[in-house]
Ligand binder design. Structure first.
Ligand code: SOE
Length: 404
């Protein structure tokens, strides 16, 4: 353990270091590590991210993760990680039940914070985190929520086109995030199926992403929702051994699933545009399928995560005889985030969203400018998720999303 992440050039040494300390090192921790390792090699940055230390409870496992993922040191207590002088930014990649405690302590200690989505397990926790982030802002600290799908070139390009008015008045947003890893009724009870740990199921895990993406692309917030949720398999084998959440083996004993397996909801934007959302872990054959389509008075845009270097665009102002959806390949240096990567036409993948997230956060910290999505944005998404749960409990009764 403890290898420096990269040889430093003279130019590197001119830029101030930004020491990163990460808590959690499973799937999201590995994805964030990839972002931190790569970002300074691809983009011109005003600061130099240094992978100072990673934290996990199991000493041997966290030392192994530090070696594998490129962190210089390992800690087994997140409080010790926060206390380190070489940690300026705390990156939280743990299950939702520890987000609030770690983020509050890190902000209190004067660190910048990046927190994985959903921001917290409850609105109350997200409110406390947002209040702390706002206090820390006056001391020059930045707090950001990790909604990484905003940071794909294609979704960022879609936002650019919508902000330019290419869709005109927005009428519909149609979005689904579909996975199938829970179809087997013998898949064990990992933390993702435990409400105390995860807050909710498909709703918080996948629904949080699509609520954020829909609102980001639409450029406005949902005013209210009507929802149904379902837990199709209510008891599963108790976990036998360790699990990162998306895999594991079960024992003979079964225990209750305390989160939703799927959430389906409609929503109304403040402008009157209508939206539909579907988040499920039971869509057989769909592995990580996130699709969004927006229809406006002047045109439509569609994005599919399985074809993530493309957008589909229909310009409704073109003559009807030749109009129709056309493919925009989002692989050109003029597209968002692509100035640093490969020659035109060479596409990117899922992991690059984490590199771009790191880029935007480093730039915000260096320029002392608030970063989006902020904790306030994460809180607003949390309020939508809570409204979905409230509506589902009343069998799809329309439920306003409270405003700050
Ligand atoms: C599992 O459903 C998961 O890993 C989510 O937790 C991530 O946020 C998403 O990007 C991929 O799927």
């Amino acid at each position: 353990m403890g290898q420096p992440q990269e040889p430093e050039s003279a130019a590197d040494q001119d830029r101030p270091a930004l020491g990163v300390g990460m808590v959690g090192y499973a799937f999201m921790g590995a994805a964030h590590s990839q972002g931190w390792r790569t970002v300074g090699r691809v983009f011109e940055l005003p600061m130099r991210p240094v992978l100072a230390a990673v934290c996990g409870r199991d000493g041997a496992a966290v030392r192994g993760a530090a070696d594998r993922l490129g962190w210089a040191a390992a800690e087994t207590d997140w409080r010790a990680l926060i206390a380190r002088d070489d940690v300026d930014l705390v990156d939280i990649c743990t299950p939702g039940d520890s987000h609030a405690e770690i983020a509050l302590a890190a902000l209190e200690a004067g660190k910048h914070v990046l927190c994985e989505k959903p921001l917290a397990n409850t609105v109350a926790e997200a409110e406390a985190m947002t209040a702390a982030a706002e206090r820390a802002r006056s001391r020059g600290r930045i707090a950001m929520t990790g909604f990484n799908y905003r940071r794909l070139p294609a979704t960022a390009q879609a936002r650019r086109m919508i902000a330019e008015g290419r869709l005109g008045t927005l009428r519909h947003v149609r979005v689904a995030y579909l996975q199938d890893w829970l179809v087997d009724p013998d898949f064990p009870l990992t933390w993702r199926l435990n409400r105390d740990k995860a807050g909710s199921g498909a709703l918080g895990d996948l629904g949080a992403h699509i609520v954020d993406l829909a609102q980001y692309l639409a450029g406005e917030e949902l005013a209210g929702v009507s929802a149904l949720t379902e837990t199709f398999v209510r008891e599963r084998p108790v976990l036998d051994g360790a699990s990162a959440g998306l895999s594991g083996s079960g024992s003979g004993e079964r225990g209750p699933v305390t989160v939703d397996d799927a959430a389906v909801f409609t929503g109304r934007f403040a402008s009157g545009a209508l939206a539909s959302f579907e988040a499920t872990r039971f869509a057989t054959g769909r592995k990580n399928a996130l699709r969004i389509e927006l229809n406006g008075s002047l045109g439509s845009l569609a994005f599919d995560l399985e074809r993530l270097n493309e957008l589909s665009f229909h310009d409704h102002t073109e003559p009807a005889a030749t109009a129709g959806f056309r493919r925009i390949l989002v692989t050109e240096p003029d597209h968002p985030y692509l100035e640093g990567w490969w020659p035109p036409g060479h596409g990117l993948g899922y992991e690059h969203s984490f590199v771009h997230q790191a880029r935007d956060l480093v730039r915000a910290i260096a320029s002392d400018t608030p970063a989006e999505p902020s904790f306030a944005t994460g809180l607003q998404v949390q309020r939508v998720l809570a409204a979905v749960e409230e509506s589902a409990a009343k069998n799809a009764v329309y439920t306003p999303v409270p405003r700050a």
